[in-house]
Design a protein around this ligand. Structure first.
Ligand SMILES: C[S@@+](CC[C@H](N)C(=O)[O-])C[C@H]1O[C@@H](n2cnc3c(N)ncnc32)[C@H](O)[C@@H]1O
Length: 255
């Protein structure tokens, strides 16, 4: 099927690995098939996957241009209803078997996955599922060339510690968007640390985990004050941010 999409949603469609893991997760879902919500449906591609499994799909998109594309793309699917609304303003009246919500970004800082799911989860049946199911975040010490927060889209940096998992979330749990943790990172090289690299792994379901992809959580590079380190040193760092409040909410300091 050919999809009409905004340029951003077209880039999402072009990332084949991203689309494949989302497709696989929906394909492997094998519980109730009455109702699914597709929150932030974009071009409507995931609603298209859902339409053959569910009696009814309700697809909600905040962006008007994307909504118009989804509406057109899904016109022939009588069991899919596309709605132009902020999920947080939508008047949910029924509980669903499945919520699909791909408003992910690295460590969930910049996008609204957590506020949206904290709100919409009330409209999930007791045994309902969420796709993606959760995330795992890791961190490394790095030397960055650029001294501002940026995503790893071909950026140059040198890694100076092992990769350490520092948090993980299951979206079925209630999640406090205000996140703060203390990291103890062991240098695996001599060098000049001036940043952290955060990598997010997406848990699509119990059996499927996606690493960072160009359009699904590319690693995030965050500046730190400069510090000379030697191999086997332990470096203690505090990191805090508010999930859903943007990358400006990230604060880091040495402890
Ligand atoms: C990463 S895109 C995913 C689009 C589509 N599901 C796909 O996989 O191609 C996230 C979408 O969520 C929408 N979105 C973000 N916040 C929203 C909100 N509060 N309510 C409804 N849609 C929202 C964005 O406009 C965007 O289209």
């Amino acid at each position: 099927m050919k999809f009409k999409a905004t340029s951003y949603h077209f880039d999402l469609l072009k990332d084949n690995d991203r689309l494949s893991v989302l497709y696989e997760a929906i394909r492997d879902y094998n519980q109730g098939t009455d109702l699914a919500y597709d929150l932030g449906c974009g071009s409507g591609v995931l609603s298209y996957f859902l339409s053959s499994k569910f009696n009814e799909v309700i697809s909600i998109e905040i962006d008007q241009k994307a909504f118009r594309c989804a509406e057109e793309n899904l016109l022939d699917f009588d069991n899919v209803q596309v709605i132009n609304s902020n999920v947080l303003d939508y008047d949910f009246t029924r509980k669903a078997d499945l919520i699909v919500c791909e408003m992910l970004d690295t460590a969930l800082i910049d996008e609204e996955e957590i506020p949206v799911l904290n709100f919409a989860k009330r409209f999930l049946k007791d045994d309902g599922k969420i796709i993606p199911q959760g995330i795992i975040n890791t961190v490394e010490l790095v030397h960055l060339e650029r001294h501002h927060i940026h995503w790893d889209e071909g950026a140059n940096y040198e890694t100076l510690s092992d990769e350490v998992a520092y948090s993980q979330f299951d979206f079925l749990d209630d999640i406090n968007p205000e996140f703060k943790t203390e990291l103890k990172l062991k240098a695996n090289n001599d060098g000049l640390v001036n940043g952290l690299k955060i990598t997010t792994y997406t848990k699509l379901n119990e059996n499927l985990i996606a690493g960072p992809l160009p359009m699904l959580n590319p690693p995030l590079l965050i500046p730190l004050d400069e510090k000379h380190i030697n191999v086997n040193d332990f470096i203690n760092v505090e990191i805090k941010y508010i999930m859903g409040n943007g990358i400006e909410s990230i604060k880091t300091k040495y402890l």
